[in-house]
Design a protein around this ligand. Structure first.
Ligand SMILES: [Zn+2]
Ligand SMILES: [Zn+2]
Length: 76
């Protein structure tokens, strides 16, 4: 069974920060309705794994590692 853990971005109040909310390289919001990205989150379809952190790259790395662990359960 294949699982996926899509990454989503969120504002401080927990509402989703959709892909159309663009940010500058330093993370400053360019969309008028965007209060700024507060954190990124990944939720796996296996239902037992979620990961949340301010660092988008860190979340992305963790979710890839987790999804890979489903594909190869023997991996450390
Ligand atoms: Zn936003
Ligand atoms: Zn999983």
């Amino acid at each position: 069974m294949t699982h996926r853990a899509p990454l989503t971005n969120h504002h401080t109040d927990g509402t989703p920060c959709p892909p159309e909310h663009k940010h500058t390289a330093s993370g400053k919001p360019l969309h008028p309705d965007c209060p700024g990205r507060a954190y990124s989150q990944a939720v796996c379809t296996c239902g037992t794994w979620t990961f949340k952190d301010r660092g988008k790259g860190y979340v992305n790395e963790s979710r890839k590692r987790h999804v890979a662990s489903h594909a190869n359960p023997a991996a450390p």
